[in-house]
Design a protein around this ligand. Structure first.
Ligand SMILES: [Mg+2]
Length: 247
């Protein structure tokens, strides 16, 4: 179930207990996890940056251009693709043989200056001892663009993107297995951090600890309290991760 983290979270700066001391803090227990898997959009940067609104607009422009239809009709089609296939791209590929690379390049050609660099997040990621991987339904280029702007790109050893997952998006369990195999880690010693709760279900099934960055959109909340196991619920990822890392 969801666990409000603020009461359990030590204030930043107060959680510097020695690694050999008794672990009574559930956040401190996470500190030494071997691997951290982070979603990108609306997880590593807040939804308030509205970056995804730009991607959303580009997606609908792509559909409108591809089918030579108006934006309203494009939006209706996009919502159906997203609902039926998990991502718009999957629907376009399955029903219309759209080239995924061309689509990804188009929709992620956006201005990321609305994302503010996060020194706290950069410090927390640097202090956290485990390996860190970005796992996104977007592209490597998009992840590098955004993580570069956040000032955290060099904190990650790899980006596992939609192409790496064979263009099968989260929450299909198959790319999660590919991720684990390709990067060679024990899911039981890993945490996954995500804003879309249902994307955490396959991670939990593999044995990962699940961290939900609480989202306000219905598609982000779907499954919470109804089948999706969440170990930690987080409202402010940089502050929470800093507490875990003992920054
Ligand atoms: Mg996301």
């Amino acid at each position: 179930m969801t666990v409000p983290t603020s009461p359990a979270a030590p204030a930043p700066g107060s959680a510097t207990g020695s690694a050999t001391g008794p672990v009574t803090d559930p956040l401190a227990a996470l500190r030494d996890r071997a691997v951290w898997v982070f979603d990108l959009d609306n997880t590593l940067y807040p939804a308030s940056c509205n970056l995804f609104a730009q991607v959303d607009r580009r997606i609908n422009e792509f559909i409108a251009t591809h089918f030579n239809i108006g934006m309203d009709e494009a939006r209706v089609r996009q919502k159906r693709f997203f609902r039926d296939y998990g991502t718009t791209l999957r629907g376009l590929m399955t029903e219309h043989d759209v080239d995924p690379a061309a689509y990804m390049d188009y929709v992620h050609d956006i201005d990321v200056t609305g994302v503010q660099p996060s020194a706290l997040l950069a410090d927390a990621l640097a202090r956290l001892p485990g390996r860190k991987i970005i796992y996104t339904n977007g592209s490597v280029r998009h992840a590098e663009n955004v993580a570069g702007r956040l000032g955290i790109l060099d904190r990650f050893e790899a980006v596992f993107d939609i192409a790496a997952g064979g263009y099968v998006p989260k929450p299909d369990p198959r790319p999660y297995a590919t991720l684990v195999e390709r990067h060679g880690f024990d899911p039981a010693d890993a945490c996954m951090v995500e804003d879309i709760a249902r994307n955490l279900a396959p991670a939990h099934a593999l044995g990962m600890t699940t961290v939900w960055v609480r989202g306000e959109q219905e598609y982000e909340k779907a499954g919470v309290g109804a089948g999706v196991h969440i170990d930690h619920t987080v409202d402010d990822l940089p502050a929470w991760l800093a507490a875990v890392a003992g920054v």
